[in-house]
Design a protein around this ligand. Structure first.
Ligand code: NAI
Length: 330
């Protein structure tokens, strides 16, 4: 089958080569259609997406995306936000699972963050009122809030998870987060066998640092979901190990949680694990559970052995050497 590969910016080109190498080594029936997008492409062409990219996703439905850089303060809108809104990938699913051998304070974390992906402050409704005042709108709808809550409970039900925690700040944002929380509580009633609770986002951050093992599935509006996911990535040894899937009714776009890492780009030392774990999620969702497990196990084994790993986890291997070590474990 055909699927779209967007290498993206910075380390994206290096780590997406790992995906191509793994696709070949596992002999997967995936033909990658490669398209450029992001800041580097925009600098050369003044366009954010290569022509044909959107149509290719429309046609083939599956995509894997490397990180794309977004200018801060000015410039074009995020490629990620644009793709998520264009393809209505309303659920951003981010599994956070301890990997033995990583430099982490915990070894028992197994939780999943489900982030609402289409609205909230990311809707991009903001403008300046003169030079000294700016105004941004936090948009929350019952429809999207119920949809993401239902996705979280369905995910819990089909993955043997026991509890869903709603992350919010409804004490302060009474209408917007209040509506998100109310929708969550309404949907929770349809799933009596799954425990539900609500935790205010600031307290959530502290609880995750103190006792992350208490959490199972978290569901959050867009902004809190974004921030809490990086916190959780830190609990399992860093951004190098956090994959994600942007899931919609018709389209799926998988990516690493991390960004383009400009500080290490072009040095051949990026950890490809997060993008490879995102690829594992993708092939699992395509129905190939055996190869998804093979890939995930090979990453875990390579990291646990620790002799051929990248510098973010204490090794000296290049991205290619690390990828090759993973492939040898197949
Ligand atoms: P970042 O995630 O790119 O980097 C944060 C730190 O983690 C850096 O020290 C980096 O070297 C390290 N790091 C990240 N991924 C790594 C990997 N695979 N292996 C080893 N070390 C890794 O975050 P930052 O610097 O805030 O953002 C850089 C750019 O990426 C920005 O333009 C931002 O907008 C974009 N970004 C894109 C995302 C996406 O496309 N999904 C997500 C997050 C940020």
């Amino acid at each position: 089958m055909k699927a779209v590969l967007i290498p993206g910016d910075g380390i994206g080109k290096e780590i997406s080569q790992s995906v191509e190498a793994v696709t070949k080594a596992l002999n997967l029936d995936i033909e990658w259609l490669k398209y450029d997008a992001g800041a580097e492409y925009a600098a050369d062409t003044k366009e954010v997406f290569e022509p044909g990219l959107v149509e290719a996703i429309q046609e083939h439905k599956w995509a894997l995306k490397g990180p794309t850089a977004t200018p801060i303060g000015t410039g074009f809108r995020s490629v990620n936000v644009a793709l998520r809104q264009k393809f209505e990938t309303y659920a951003n699913v981010r599994p956070i699972k301890s990997i033995p051998g990583t430099n982490s304070r915990y070894d028992n974390i197994d939780l999943v963050i489900i982030r609402e992906n289409t609205e909230d402050l990311y809707k991009g409704i903001e403008y300046k009122i003169g030079d000294d005042v700016a105004h941004g709108i936090k948009l929350i709808t019952r429809q999207a809030s119920e949809k993401i809550a239902r996705y979280a409970f369905d995910y819990a039900r089909s993955n043997g998870r026991k509890k869903v925690t709603c992350v919010h700040k409804a004490n302060i944002m009474k209408f917007t987060d209040g509506l998100f929380l109310e929708s969550f509580n309404d949907v929770a009633k349809e799933y009596p066998e799954i425990a539900s609770e609500a935790v205010i986002v600031d307290n959530m951050c502290m609880q995750l640092v103190i006792r992350p093992e208490n959490y199972d599935v978290l569901v959050a509006p867009n902004l809190y979901g974004d921030i809490v996911s990086d916190l959780c990535a830190g609990l399992i040894g860093g951004l190098g190990f956090a994959p994600s899937g942007n899931i919609g009714d018709d389209y799926r776009i998988y990516e690493a949680v991390h960004g383009s890492a400009p500080d290490i780009a072009g040095q051949n030392k990026a950890n490809p694990s997060a993008l490879l774990l995102a690829f594992a999620l993708m092939i699992e969702d395509m129905g190939d559970k055996a190869n998804a497990k093979k890939l995930r196990d090979a990453i875990i084994d390579t990291v646990a052995k620790g002799d051929v790993v990248t510098s973010d986890i204490g090794g000296a291997a290049t991205t290619q050497e690390f990828t090759q070590a993973i492939i040898e474990r197949f």
